[in-house]
Design a binder for this molecule. Structure first.
Ligand SMILES: Cc1cc2nc3c(=O)[nH]c(=O)nc-3n(C[C@H](O)[C@H](O)[C@H](O)COP(=O)(O)OP(=O)(O)OC[C@H]3O[C@@H](n4cnc5c(N)ncnc54)[C@H](O)[C@@H]3O)c2cc1C
Ligand SMILES: *[C@@H]1O[C@H](CO)[C@@H](O)[C@H](O)[C@H]1NC(C)=O
Ligand SMILES: *[C@@H]1O[C@H](CO)[C@@H](O)[C@H](O)[C@H]1NC(C)=O
Length: 490
C-alpha cells in the first residue's frame, strides 16, 4: 500500500496504531456516518454498492485514482443533503473525500477507502441570469456543460482548456486561454455557498463577513469546506457562431526543441497583450520525432500578430493548422477524456529565462530516458501567466497572490501504460529529484491543480499566512487536515 490515510484517531490511546487497526477504526467511523446519512437522505442518495457506486469509483481521469472502495458514496441533490452528510461525517469523526469532475490525478484528493465519498454527479445545473450577469453553477457541472448551457446568451464561464474538467478547477485557480483577458477562473467568482466542517452552510463573498473564507477558497482547493454553489461573473464572449478568436495548433519536430524553449522564455518574459494566449506541450519522451511538440496559440482578433507570435511562427515546424474560433469552439478543442492510463503531475513555475526553461526540459528528458520502459509519454507543459491575469480579477485577491512578474506554470506530466497500477519506488524517488532540480524561480507560487501530492504548494503562496489564519478560524479542530486528503501545509 503506497499511501496511508491521513487519519488521526482522536479517541485511540495506548499502543501505537497498526495499519489494520487504523483502517478498522476508520471503517467503523465511516459506517456510522454512512448509516446516519442514509437515515436522513434515503437509499437512493447513499449507496454502499451497486452499479452507480461502481461507475463512480471508476470515473476518474487517472487510472491510479480508480478502484477505491468508499464505505458509502453520497449523491447529494442539494446543499442541505451535503450539510446532513457533513454533520454526520464530523460527528462520527469519519474520513471523507469530495469528487466533482474527477480529473485531479493527486492520489487520495478525490477518492477514499474506509471513508465517505461525496460525489456531485447529480448536481449539474447551470443557468445564466441576465439581470446580475452571472452564471450559477452546481458543483457537478463541467467546463463543457456550462459553456453549452449559456453560450446562446453570448456569454461564457471562464474555466480551463478542456471541456471535461470539473469545478475542482475553480477552487485551485484555473488557467484558460482567456485568462490573460479575463483572469484566473477563481477570480471570476462572485459568491460561493460553502458547507463548513460542522455542516453549517454559509455564503461567502469578497465583501461580506466571510470574505476571508472567500479568499482562502480561491486557491485553497478542498481544505476549507464543500462548495455547493458557484456564482460566476459572465464573460461576454459571443455565441458559438461568433468567431472572435484566431489561432490553432503548431506541431514542431524534436530538432526545434531549443528554439522553441527560447521563444517560450521570451514570450513568457515579454507578453503584455492580453488578447494573446498560448500553451506549449513539449514531448520529453520522443525527442527525435517530427511531431514531438504541440503548441496552441490564440489571439482575440483575425490573425496571430507577428509582434507577439513572430518567433514561434518562424521556427521550423511540422504543421500549422490555424482558423477562426469562437470561445465555444476553443472550449471543446482539447480532449481530456478518462483513459486507461495512470497519470502523474508535478509542478514548477519559471520566470521568462531561457536557461531555466532549457535546463528544465533537459532534466525532464533525462528523467524520462531512465524510465522509458515504465512510461508511454512524458510531457513538459508550459502555461504562461502574464501580469494581465491578475489585473483582470473581479473578486479581489485570491490566496495564491500576484508575484508581480510574468511567469509560467510548468507541469511535468507522466503517462503510464494502459491499466498499469503500480509505479516502482525508484521512479517516485527520481521524480522527486526531478522536482528538486526544478524549483520555482524565487517568489513564484506553485499551481495546485498541476502539483504532485507531496509538494508544499500552500507554502509557496504569497498569502500563506492569511490562508493559515482562515483555516484555523473555519476549521479550528483541524478536522479536514486529519480526515480528508489534500494539499499540505495547514
Ligand atoms: C486533461 C486535463 C486538462 C487540464 N487542463 C487544465 C487547464 O487548462 N487549466 C487548469 O487550470 N487546469 C487544468 N487541469 C487541471 C485541473 O484544474 C485539475 O485537475 C482540477 O482539480 C480538476 O477538477 P475536477 O472537478 O475535474 O476534479 P476533482 O478531482 O473531482 O476535484 C479536484 C479537487 O477539488 C476538490 N473539490 C471538487 N469539488 C469540490 C467542492 N465542491 N468543494 C470542495 N472541494 C471540491 C476535490 O476534492 C479534489 O481535491 C487539467 C487536468 C486534466 C486532467
Ligand atoms: C485543424 O483543426 C481543426 C480544429 O480546429 C480540426 O478539425 C482539423 O482536423 C485540423 N486539421 C488538421 C489537418 O490537423
Ligand atoms: C538523470 O536522472 C537520473 C535518474 O533520476 C539521476 O540519477 C541523474 O542524477 C540525472 N542526471 C542529471 C544530470 O540530472
Amino acid at each position: 500500500m503506497l499511501f496511508l490515510c491521513s487519519l488521526i484517531p482522536l479517541f485511540t490511546v495506548g499502543v501505537a496504531a497498526q495499519d489494520a487497526s487504523t483502517a478498522a477504526t476508520a471503517a467503523t467511523a465511516a459506517r456510522a456516518a454512512c448509516l446516519a446519512t442514509r437515515q436522513d437522505l434515503g437509499p437512493t442518495k447513499v449507496k454502499f454498492s451497486g452499479t452507480q457506486y461502481d461507475d463512480t469509483t471508476e470515473a476518474y481521469w487517472s487510472f491510479f485514482n480508480r478502484g477505491d472502495e468508499p464505505t458509502c458514496i453520497v449523491y447529494p441533490s442539494s446543499a442541505s443533503d451535503v450539510q446532513a452528510a457533513m454533520r454526520h461525517i464530523f460527528h462520527s469523526q469519519s474520513d471523507y473525500a469530495v469528487r466533482a469532475g474527477g480529473h485531479s490525478p493527486m492520489i487520495g484528493w478525490n477518492g477514499i477507502n474506509n471513508g465517505v465519498l461525496i460525489s456531485f454527479e447529480d448536481m449539474t445545473d447551470v443557468s445564466y441570469d441576465a439581470s446580475s450577469d452571472t452564471i450559477t453553477v452546481q458543483p457537478g457541472a463541467t467546463a463543457g456543460s456550462a459553456e453549452a448551457a449559456v453560450e446562446s446568451h453570448g456569454v461564457s464561464p471562464v474555466w480551463g482548456r478542456a471541456d471535461v474538467i470539473g469545478t475542482g478547477l475553480l477552487l485551485g485557480g484555473g488557467i484558460s486561454f482567456q485568462g490573460p483577458l479575463y483572469g484566473w477562473a477563481s477570480d471570476r467568482i462572485k459568491e460561493l455557498d460553502v458547507v463548513l466542517v460542522t455542516g453549517e452552510l454559509v455564503t461567502a463573498t469578497a465583501t461580506n463577513e466571510y470574505s476571508d473564507l472567500f479568499r482562502a477558497l480561491r486557491g485553497g482547493a478542498n481544505r476549507f469546506g464543500i462548495v455547493t454553489r458557484y456564482e460566476l461573473y459572465a464573460a461576454h464572449t459571443g455565441t458559438r457562431d461568433d468567431k472572435l478568436w484566431y489561432g490553432g495548433l503548431i506541431v514542431y519536430p524534436g530538432s526545434s526543441s531549443t528554439a522553441l524553449l527560447k521563444a517560450t522564455a521570451h514570450y513568457v518574459r515579454d507578453l503584455t497583450d492580453p488578447n494573446a494566449a498560448a500553451i506549449m506541450i513539449l514531448n520529453a519522451y520522443d525527442t527525435t520525432s517530427t511531431t514531438a511538440h504541440a503548441c496552441y496559440f490564440f489571439y482575440k482578433g483575425t490573425s496571430l500578430p507577428a509582434s507577439v507570435f513572430g518567433e514561434f511562427l518562424s521556427i521550423p515546424s511540422t504543421s500549422q493548422n490555424f482558423s477562426s474560433y469562437s470561445f465555444y469552439d476553443i472550449t471543446f478543442l482539447i480532449q481530456g477524456d478518462n483513459g486507461p492510463n495512470g497519470q502523474q503531475y508535478g509542478a514548477s513555475a519559471f520566470i521568462g529565462d531561457e536557461a531555466t526553461f532549457i535546463n528544465g526540459y533537459a532534466k525532464a528528458v533525462n528523467f524520462t530516458q531512465h524510465f522509458k520502459e515504465q512510461l508511454i509519454r512524458s510531457e513538459y507543459t508550459i502555461s504562461p501567466i502574464p501580469l494581465s491575469v491578475w489585473a483582470a480579477s473581479l473578486s479581489g485577491p485570491n490566496s495564491i497572490g500576484n508575484p508581480g512578474v510574468n511567469y509560467a506554470t510548468v507541469d511535468f506530466n507522466l503517462v503510464f501504460p494502459d491499466n498499469e497500477a503500480t509505479r516502482p519506488p525508484v521512479l517516485n524517488a527520481a521524480f522527486k529529484l526531478l522536482l528538486a532540480q526544478n524549483p520555482p524561480s524565487p517568489g513564484l507560487p506553485l499551481y495546485i491543480n498541476e502539483c504532485h501530492q507531496s509538494q508544499e504548494v500552500f507554502a509557496s503562496y504569497r498569502n500563506y499566512p492569511a490562508l493559515k489564519a482562515a483555516y484555523a478560524k473555519y476549521d479550528p479542530t483541524g478536522f479536514n487536515v486529519a480526515h480528508t486528503r489534500g494539499p499540505k501545509g495547514l
